[in-house]
Design a protein around this ligand. Sequence first.
Ligand SMILES: Cc1ncc(COP(=O)(O)O)c(C=O)c1O
Length: 404
Amino acid sequence: MAHAHSTHPTSQETIAEFDRYVVPNYRRYPVSLVRGENSWIWDAEGRRYLDFFPGWGCNLLGHCPPRVVEAVRDQVGRLIHVPNTWYMEAQGEFARALSGRSFGGQCFFCNSGAEANEAAIKLARAYGHSRGKSKILTMEGGFHGRTFAALTATAQPKYHEGLGPMLPGFVYTKYDDLEAVAAAIDDETAAVMLEPIQGEGGVRIPSAGFLPGLRKLCDRHGALLILDEVQTGMGRTGTWFAYQHSDVVPDVLTCAKALAGGIAAGVMIAKPEVAAVLKPGMHASTFGGNPIACRAGLATVETIDDEGLLERGLAIGERFRGQFQALQGELPEKIREIRIQGVMIGLDLTFDASDVVARCLDRRLLINATHGHVVRLLPALTISDEQIDQGCAILADVLREAVI
Ligand SMILES: Cc1ncc(COP(=O)(O)O)c(C=O)c1O
């Protein structure tokens, strides 16, 4: 393998290629990354970073998890792609694995979170059609993706700016506010769609009664409950899916990001009686459920099961909590709130967090800031206690030094 940094173009050379040939729609750190192993990642200059945000939540098992690497290597030599006009072993097995770990639904596979949400929105419209229902209720501060229906569902004006008009038929209401939802829902509501924990919106964990209350409201009005678990799903919060911390069962669930150990994949899981309205020809994805993604997904499921990573995720979250509680005691004027569910971690600061991200990068710790003032960490389930302590010490130093 080409590991020596001398075999790569320098970060500056790669940046020059991007400046010339890549659409400038991302803010990027000035570093070209070339290799990863678990929670470590190396740049083109051979520098090593500790990654508390591997793959923007996609690398839940860390970089290059061995079983996923092995499954993909094996599959790629047998069959790279076949379309959905055929049956393929891995898709059926992966669908069974996901159905059994959720609510016995049926799976539609695609390649990303936005696509999974598009499928869910189309399904809700199709299901509601004969009942005179088309409205989709979503929550302020939510994030569902960048394609037009997912973007419209994303009730944050900053993402809509300059792109209107959005799709008709979406109604926005307040997150974690049952009264607001009760006032907004009616008999024309086809679905209520939300994240069980808002990720991009600042790792917002709703109160315990919120999901059960929503379930009741949906049942009363004959609306589907769609949970966007693109970020929270696949073991991120210490259960296979975040809704499993409650006794609520959704009608439709979407997942992507960590679904296939870092390989691009998305899924919509729907109760069979709801899924039945999608007839052949109504929806499709050329690459969805391809054998490579499904083998990678199966390897991800097996790794989480065999290594007891759901329990480990809860323990990791508690280790971070211990570290951050001590730090909050020391820096109460800087840390407003600690929000943790498994390996989904938010540190709500009293000041803008972007400089904290830059300072951590200087010290070779990769983290994320979201919603302005929230440090978001989505560490891997395979991170060691030593790595947690090492990274937390860096973050603590950076927060101590921050001038507010
Ligand atoms: C909750 C949620 N839904 C949907 C998306 C969109 O996923 P993708 O970027 O794979 O389209 C994201 C991405 O951050 C997300 O966090």
